[in-house]
Design a protein around this ligand. Structure first.
Ligand code: NAP
Length: 290
C-alpha cells in the first residue's frame, strides 16, 4: 500500500493516516490556505494543530473551501488538536469546545493533552499529577459528548502513561512525542506498542530551521544510496517502524516530497539510523514533569 494512504488502527477501531501535516508556526489566513491547498493536493488527509499554535480558526475556514475543491467530505480528513498547557484541569472541557468552535468542523478526530504539566505550576510540583488526571476525566467526558472521536496525549513519558494505566482509566489512543534518529527511546516505543497506543513522531526533521539531522553524514549517505532526500529517509525511518509522522513544511516542493515515501530503507540502514550515537533533544523535555 502507498504510504500516502497507509492508516493506523487506533484502539477505538478508527483509522488514522500514518502521515499527517504539521502546522506549528504556520499562521495567517493566506499562508494556511496555501499550505493546506498544497497538502491536500499532495494527498495528506490528516492535519495536526494545537490551541497554542494560534491557527485553528484559519485552518477551519481554509477547509471550508479546500474540501470541496478536492472533492472531499469532512469524514475524509482527520483533524487533531491539543489542549493548551494553561487549560489543564476543570477548564479542559471548555477548551475542547473552544477548539471545536475555532475549527468549526463538527467534531474533532483526536484531541491530545499537549504537555503533562500545567503551565502555571513548576514542572516539579506534584499537583501536576492530580491536575492532569482531572484533565483526562474531562477529555473522556468530551468523547462521551461526541465532541471528539479519540483522545490521547503528547510528551508523555512511561511514568505519565503508567498513571493512567494504574488508575484503570481509559488508555490514550496516541502519544505524540519528539522522535528522530537523534532522540528515540525503545522502552517508550515498546510500552506504547504493548498498550496499543499509537506512537506519533514530531520534529522528525529536527524542527524549524535546524539542519542538524538533515545534514548528518549517516542520514546523507543513506539518502544518497537510495536516491532519496535526507528528509524522506528521516520520515520513512519512522514509518517503517510503525511510528506516525506529521512533518511540517511551507514550500510546495517540501510538502510533496515529505509524503512521497514509497521506498524501503534496508534493515542494515535502519540499524545505522537507530544507532547514530547522538542523544540530542531539540524541543521541550517532559522527563522531569512530576
Ligand atoms: N506535541 C508537541 O509538543 C509538538 C512539538 C513540536 C512539533 N509538533 C508537531 O509536529 C510538527 C512537525 O514538527 P516541527 O514543526 O518541529 O518540524 P519538522 O517537521 O521537524 O521540520 C520542519 C522544518 O523542516 C523544513 N522542511 C520540511 N520539509 C523539508 C524537506 N523536504 N527538505 C528540507 N527541509 C524541509 C521546514 O522548512 P519549510 O517550512 O521552509 O518547508 C521546517 O523548517 C509540528 O508542525 C507540529 O504539528 C508537536
Amino acid at each position: 500500500m502507498e504510504t500516502k494512504t497507509l492508516k493506523a488502527t487506533l484502539k477505538s477501531g478508527r483509522k488514522m493516516p500514518i502521515v499527517g501535516f504539521g502546522t506549528y508556526q504556520i499562521r495567517g489566513t493566506s499562508l494556511i490556505r496555501d499550505v493546506l491547498d498544497y497538502a491536500l493536493g499532495a494527498g495528506y488527509r490528516s492535519i495536526d494543530t494545537a490551541a497554542v499554535y494560534g491557527n485553528e480558526t484559519d485552518i477551519g475556514s481554509a477547509l471550508k473551501t479546500l474540501l470541496p475543491k478536492y472533492n472531499l467530505k469532512r469524514e475524509d480528513i482527520f483533524i487533531t488538536t491539543k489542549l493548551s498547557p494553561s487549560d489543564h484541569g476543570e477548564k479542559a472541557l471548555d477548551a475542547v469546545k473552544q477548539s471545536l468552535k475555532n475549527l468549526d468542523c463538527g467534531y474533532l478526530d483526536l484531541y491530545l493533552i499537549h504537555w503533562p504539566g500545567q503551565s502555571r505550576l513548576s514542572i516539579h510540583d506534584p499537583s501536576n499529577i492530580a491536575i492532569r488526571a482531572k484533565t483526562w476525566e474531562k477529555l473522556i467526558e468530551a468523547k462521551k459528548q461526541g465532541l471528539v472521536k479519540d483522545i490521547g496525549v503528547s510528551n508523555y513519558t512511561i511514568k505519565h502513561l503508567e498513571e493512567l494505566d494504574k488508575s484503570n482509566s481509559e488508555i490514550p489512543a496516541v502519544n505524540q512525542v519528539e522522535w528522530h534518529p537523534f532522540y528515540h527511546q525503545s522502552d517508550l516505543k515498546n510500552y506504547c506498542k504493548q498498550k496499543g497506543i499509537l506512537l506519533q513522531a514530531y520534529s522528525s526533521l529536527g524542527g524549524t530551521n535546524n539542519p542538524d539531522l538533515m545534514t548528518n553524514e549517516v542520514v546523507v549517505e543513506i539518502a544518497k544510496n537510495l536516491n532519496k532526500s535526507p528528509s524522506q529517509v528521516l520520515l520513512k525511518w519512522a514509518v517503517q517502524q510503525g511510528v506516525g509522522i506529521i512533518p511540517k513544511a511551507r514550500s510546495k516542493s517540501h510538502i510533496e516530497e515529505n509524503i512521497n515515501l514509497d521506498f524501503e530503507i534496508p534493515e542494515k540502514d535502519l540499524d545505522k539510523l537507530n544507532n547514530i550515537g547522538t542523544m540530542t533533544k531539540f524541543a521541550w523535555d517532559p522527563t522531569d514533569v512530576a
